[in-house]
Design a protein around this ligand. Structure first.
Ligand code: ACO
Length: 168
């Protein structure tokens, strides 16, 4: 596991396995307004290092799930979910998860960019991703079917700029 220790606190990333999949599901249910279906969680088990849980002193407090996307004639890493339980926010856990995604993109060697959708009113996530150098590419109207506001911003970061993310 990749681990970061600050004073007496230990933050580390771990694999998603059939044994802890329920914890990922619980976390996502609390953190995101969107409900992910059984297929999402079945597929997560096949993602390998593109899905990780974040542990804070051995408690699951965050997670990221990505997939390789080959639409628009590009090979991109798409962040499906990246989140952290509210009491543990602003302690660098989101940053640790994003740094892992960046490492995956760099190590792949053939990824053009990292991108994601975010609800237009999600100021926390917008501040987080913009702090890490992501830029708003477009606004997708009525992107979400069951939540309001339904519009999403597409945020993207080119791989050639990825070095700057880990330097932040
Ligand atoms: N307001 C302003 N800036 C912020 C905020 C905020 N609420 N949150 C993070 N940032 C910026 C800051 O610059 C922060 O650095 P600082 O604390 O030194 O000032 C920097 O981002 C890094 O913050 P972290 O502590 O690494 O991030 P955190 O662990 O709080 O996670 C996250 C950020 C993932 C966005 C969290 O707020 C969260 O889980 N939100 C709910 C789920 C969500 O909306 N996820 C993104 C949806 S899009 C998607 O998943 C693809």
């Amino acid at each position: 596991m990749a681990a970061v220790r600050t004073s007496n606190c230990r933050t580390e990333l771990g694999d998603v396995t059939p044994h802890n999949l329920k914890q990922l599901r619980k976390l996502n249910t609390v953190v995101f307004p969107v409900t992910y279906n059984d297929k999402f969680y079945d597929d997560v088990l096949g993602l390998g290092d593109l899905a990780k849980l974040a542990y804070f002193n051995d408690i699951v407090v965050g997670a990221v799930c990505c997939r390789v996307d080959t639409s628009e004639n590009k090979r991109r890493l798409y962040i499906m979910t990246l989140g952290c339980l509210r009491p543990y926010r602003r302690h660098g856990i989101g940053g640790l998860l994003l740094a892992h995604v960046v490492k995956m993109a760099k190590d792949d060697g053939n990824i053009n960019s990292i991108y994601l959708h975010v609800q237009v009113n999600n100021e926390e996530a917008l501040a987080f991703y913009q702090k890490h150098g992501f830029r708003i590419k477009e606004r997708k109207e009525r992107y979400y079917k069951r939540i309001e506001p339904a519009d999403a911003f597409v945020l993207e970061k080119e791989v050639k700029d990825l070095l700057a993310i880990t330097d932040n």
